[in-house]
Design a protein around this ligand. Structure first.
Ligand SMILES: [Zn+2]
Length: 290
């Protein structure tokens, strides 16, 4: 049998060569994305030119592809700051894809403020952060812990998937119990108040004082979820300086003392108060093994 010049066309086929072009384009785009990440993240993940970790790279490619096909999370941009957010979102989406297929995830049929309030009362339980993902799944809400990255200014995000399940992800960028619960309460408030807007992801940096109405409403409801208005309005503990007073008050009202201490720090704009209570628990260590 003799080969002629057209055989490579037969062998590769027209479509294969087109797919190769597509693949090459995608690869080039992936490498541009990798190069737009900060050097520390590239080093940590094994994305250095001389020593490329292909397992990590193929994982990134798959996560990126899947995320882009899920519209809510896909945001086209070229800024380095946003490439960190995108990188983090790819990790969130990979976990969301797994959780979406778990049989314990119920259909989302809406959630009321009183239901969220009841769910969040678990914040007084020292193991509450480990138990709440399952409780939320029973309501059709997915909660994902995706560890923060250096330079990522995100506390939490919320969006809904194509089945209408709200998906919340927390980065735990601050290793503080009060921040954990406040961020979660804030994202759940978005679900209660702004479910219709969640086709697009809401990305929250709660260190910034936002003046958007949506954010102010979510902050207000989150604060009330964690410490009921009627309790907080007239309580003298707001003016306390002793950790024991906070603990006593928290015990009396079945509240997490770190949440009470966090509220006082915020209201007084003094973040050096009650560090003994705030940092008592290593929440990041619990969730990410360090
Ligand atoms: Zn928000």
């Amino acid at each position: 049998m003799e080969f002629n010049d057209n055989d490579h066309e037969l062998f590769l086929g027209k479509y294969s060569s087109e797919s190769f072009d597509e693949f090459y384009e995608e690869y080039e785009e992936l490498m541009n994305f990798v190069n737009s990440l900060p050097a520390e993240i590239r080093a940590k993940k094994g994305f250095n030119k001389k020593n490329l970790n292909y397992n990590e790279l193929s994982r990134l490619l798959i996560n990126k592809r899947n995320t882009i096909s899920s519209n809510a999370l896909f945001r086209k941009n070229n800024r380095a700051k946003d490439s960190i957010i995108d990188f983090w979102l790819y990790g969130v989406n990979a976990k969301a894809n797994i959780m979406e297929n778990l049989p314990s995830l119920k259909t989302y049929t809406g959630i009321t403020t009183s239901c969220v309030k009841e769910i969040l009362s678990i914040s007084n339980n020292p193991e509450g952060h480990l138990e709440i993902p399952l409780i939320l799944m029973d309501k059709g809400i997915i909660l994902i812990y995706e560890k923060s990255l250096d330079g990522l200014n995100v506390d939490g995000i919320v969006y809904k998937n194509k089945n209408g399940n709200p998906i919340v992800s927390l980065s735990i960028r601050h290793n503080r119990v009060d921040n954990f619960w406040f961020t979660l309460a804030h994202e759940l408030s978005h679900i209660v108040l702004h479910y219709d807007l969640l086709d697009n992801v809401i990305i929250d940096d709660l260190d910034k004082n936002s003046d958007s109405e949506i954010e102010l409403h979510a902050n207000k409801l989150a604060a009330d979820f964690l410490i009921p208005k009627n309790i907080w309005r007239s309580c003298p503990v707001k003016y306390a300086f002793e950790s024991n007073d906070i603990k006593e008050f928290a015990k009396q009202h079945n509240l997490n003392p770190a949440i009470v201490a966090g509220r006082i720090r915020k209201e007084r704009n003094n973040y050096s108060l009650f560090n003994d209570i705030i940092y008592e628990k290593d929440i990041r260590g619990d969730l990410f093994n360090g």
